[in-house]
Design a protein around this ligand. Sequence first.
Ligand code: SAM
Length: 222
Amino acid sequence: MLPHRVKRWFYLLTGPLMAINGRLYRSFRAPRSGFLKVHLGPGQKKYLDGWLNLDANMFTAKCDVWVDLRNALPFHEATVDVMYSHHVIEHLPDLSLHFSEVRRCLKPGGIYRVGGPNGDSAIHKFMDHDLAWFSDYPDNRKSIGGRFENFIFCRKEHLTCLTFSYLHELMTNAGFVNIKLCLPVKETHYPNLIEKTVLEKEWESDFDWPHTLIVEAVKPSN
Ligand SMILES: C[S@@+](CC[C@H](N)C(=O)[O-])C[C@H]1O[C@@H](n2cnc3c(N)ncnc32)[C@H](O)[C@@H]1O
């Protein structure tokens, strides 16, 4: 994992370029019609064929559009059918802005499937003193508190502890409806929009207390 300060420098230096790239993409290339599926933050291994993949990492990630997701999304209003992010939003500083941007870009009836480190499971496993549930990534920690901190904040990479009630509140405030937890994880309420190949790429080893909190929500039709 890159040291936090290297990433800070990366965003400092490339942030203005990504902002320009996002604006240019939105002005000249963003689709205005047709069926559009957008994947935010594929990283190194999760590029999805058939989706438009957006990421800031131009070195090791594979993406179609190079943008900083802290900015406005590079799409016109009501042009995206489904949006998907997995272990990305915990890196963003302003989740209210993020959810309102996703809502703006989705078509009425459009879906957002969003996942990240599961704060609810982590709190439960912390109370249970279940050391084995937590890995010792990114730092080698022996204590339950150390492992909990590792999981939630990941050496300062993560900015928010994601729990279902908090995501529900943020998404409700942004104007989403039908905000539902996906349990079991790796399942979807919208199999016609989220293909099996997407779900298969979602890593999980504990299906009772999943490491990833997955939520799906809908932009209302009117
Ligand atoms: C932990 S990785 C997750 C990758 C993949 N989605 C997965 O589930 O394995 C987070 C990804 O989000 C991207 N990301 C984080 N903050 C970002 C930002 N502000 N703008 C664009 N991409 C960002 C990173 O570059 C990285 O590819």
